[in-house]
Write a protein that binds this ligand. Structure first.
Ligand code: HEM
Length: 127
């Protein structure tokens, strides 16, 4: 009985494609655009490294950047509930576009919801 490693089920190519699509959406999203850099090649590279290890693959993020400390690394950015929602929507659409579905998507997305909510560090603006 081999353990199921989500990274292996999804595959490096699909994951990379998904993250590339994700950042093209982030770049166009009115909620997210203001807090992300103009040029997101490096952002996407780091996110891919992180997702590889998040999904049980090799620890390529930590090898290059040290412990993820995600909450701390997000502290410089104002992350409101609305931004967490927008982030998750971009990811859900990216998953649709690479055809990620079934149980693996369900479990992966649920985990992202929890992590995204954990990143919230500011209330929504009242507008
Ligand atoms: C980096 C926003 C959720 C993983 C960043 C950056 C921003 C950001 C602005 C910096 C980008 C840069 O300077 O290149 C957000 C917002 C989120 C969110 C608004 C909504 C909740 C998440 C989640 C994860 C994640 C759920 C992981 C599952 C990362 C990683 C980095 C990053 C790995 C790179 C850290 C580094 O500099 O090494 N995020 N993020 N983020 N985010 Fe998020």
């Amino acid at each position: 009985q081999k353990p199921i490693i989500p990274f292996e089920e999804i595959g490096a190519d699909t994951l990379e494609e998904m993250i590339s699509i994700f950042y093209s959406k982030v770049a166009k999203n009115p909620q997210l655009k203001p807090i992300f850099p103009e040029e997101m090649t490096e952002t996407a590279r780091k996110q891919t490294q992180f997702q590889i290890q998040y999904l049980g693959g090799p620890n390529v993020y930590t090898e290059e950047h040290g412990h993820p400390m995600l909450k701390a690394r997000h502290n410089p950015f104002e992350i409101t509930p609305a931004r967490a929602q927008a982030w998750l929507e971009c990811m859900s659409e990216a998953m649709d576009e690479v055809g990620l579905d079934g149980k693996i998507r369900e479990v992966y997305f649920k985990r992202l919801v929890l992590t995204a909510h954990h990143m919230i560090n500011a209330p929504d603006h009242d507008e």
